[in-house]
Design a protein around this ligand. Structure first.
Ligand code: ATP
Ligand code: MG
Length: 412
């Protein structure tokens, strides 16, 4: 025997008993997103590496540490670590800016990040998300947040926490960054290595650091004063205030978190996260925000946009288990040939049916039926000659004989 081959670290099989749950979540996504006018888009899993270095940003952990990149025919190719960049590429490439705005798209599928695997963190994981293009008003931000909350509700999660913040526009943010750097500079040598790099490349990300020593420094009063100062310019402040009004009006509960900066470079103004206390340290189910500069950065015309991505594994871990569906019927018969014909007849009518393929004894077949089906469909010699079926309800134990043509009515 050869050596057993195992699944790659950080990746997982989604086994048949779990797929019911995935279908449930995917169906809810499709229904809710469609009800808001989002259309599904499916982009390739591989893209040119440059899409992500330009689109996600080369100061991010995703691009610097987490990408699966390889060469093929002299091109550098990367497994997508997220789907926003791919959707934006497709939006530009397919001239979707000519469509009437807003253009609303949603996606689902696997993403790949070379991270340390742990609870809530895999190397291949799945996201479902939406992107809305063409609207700069905060009503778009509100509708995107509402879509996320509504989708979570539809899968039975009503009590998650929405956090919002505004990162301002490149102009007002630049001033804020300088102020932040000035108060943090005296402690520069005490920061972790990552923060020392972030300090120059992307100082907002300092606040995102998970290292305790760094967080202690950022908790110092003079730094907190800067973090909590109102740095937004008038336009950004109005945008943020209007968003909050919409959310209040929609009765969406949220809290403001000045430390919420999000990992990606492309966000402008609104950022938000949806968290659950039941997830431990990887507690974010959903992350999103506005990214007005990204389409232009990837070569398109200036186009305001806003969206979110949700981690499906984290989401599913919060939903109580659902039972796998039983078959409608399991055919119990000593004639495999006749059982085949009945199975085909019923499958054509839309029922889920299996039959014994191994010539098992009658009693064994009945046992099997009681494990996998709602009804045992018994096809003995008498039934075959009279064109009837004996139907046993496996929940109640009741058994009756019905005409073959009436079986569908009986089961429904
Ligand atoms: P985190 O802070 O947890 O690393 P992130 O900011 O990297 O999250 P995003 O890029 O915003 O995450 O992705 C959106 C969502 O995708 C996250 O909120 C999370 O639910 C999920 N997610 C991200 N990375 C992983 C992963 N490695 N494994 C499982 N789910 C993930
Ligand atoms: Mg991450």
């Amino acid at each position: 025997m050869g050596k057993i081959i195992k699944v790659l670290k950080g990746t997982k099989d989604i086994l048949p008993q779990d797929v019911t749950m995935w279908h449930f979540v995917e169906d809810c996504a499709r229904k809710v997103f469609n009800s808001y006018g989002f259309n599904e888009i499916r982009t390739p899993i591989i893209e040119v590496t440059e899409l992500f270095s330009r689109g996600v940003g080369d100061t991010t952990d995703i691009v610097n540490k987490e990408m699966y990149t390889f060469e093929k025919s002299d091109r550098s190719i990367t497994l997508r670590p997220e789907n926003t960049a791919g959707v934006v590429r497709s939006y530009i490439e397919n001239g979707m800016s000519r469509l009437s705005s807003p253009v609303k798209l949603w996606y689902k599928g696997p993403m790949f990040r070379y991270e340390r695997p742990q609870a809530g963190r895999q190397r291949q994981f799945h996201q479902v998300g939406v992107e809305m293009f063409g609207i700069s008003q905060p009503s778009a931000d509100a509708e995107v947040i509402l879509t996320a909350v509504d989708f979570l509700k539809s899968v039975g999660l009503n009590d998650l926490e929405v956090e919002i913040n505004s990162l301002g526009c490149p102009k007002c943010r630049a001033e804020f960054k300088e102020k932040l750097k000035n108060v943090i500079r005296p402690y520069l040598n005490d920061l972790c290595e990552d923060c020392q790099t972030r300090f120059d490349k992307n100082p907002l990300r300092l606040l995102d650091c998970k290292v305790e020593e760094c967080q202690k420094i950022y908790a110092k009063p003079e730094i907190q004063t800067v973090i909590h100062s109102d740095f937004l310019c008038e336009e950004c402040k109005n945008h943020y205030d209007e968003l909050k009004k919409y959310l209040d009006n929609l009765k969406i509960k949220y809290s403001e978190n000045k430390l919420l900066v999000r990992g990606l470079d492309y966000y402008t103004r609104t950022v938000f996260e949806i968290k659950s206390n039941n997830l431990g340290s990887q507690n974010a189910v959903c992350g999103g925000g506005r990214y007005d500069g990204l389409v232009e950065q990837l070569g398109g015309e200036h186009t305001p946009a806003v969206g979110f991505a949700m981690g499906m594994e984290r989401l599913i871990s919060l939903i109580p288990e659902i039972k796998n569906e039983l078959l409608d019927g399991y055919i119990v018969s000593n004639s495999t040939a006749e059982a085949f014909l009945l199975a085909q007849e019923l499958r054509n009518k839309g029922l889920n049916v299996e039959l014994d393929l191994a010539n098992k004894k009658f009693t064994k077949q009945l046992e099997k039926a009681s494990k996998v089906a709602k009804y045992a469909l018994i096809l003995g010699e008498d039934e075959i000659s009279q064109n009837k079926i004996s139907v046993k309800n496996l929940k109640t134990g009741e058994q009756t004989t019905v005409n073959r043509a009436e079986i569908l009515n009986y089961i429904n």
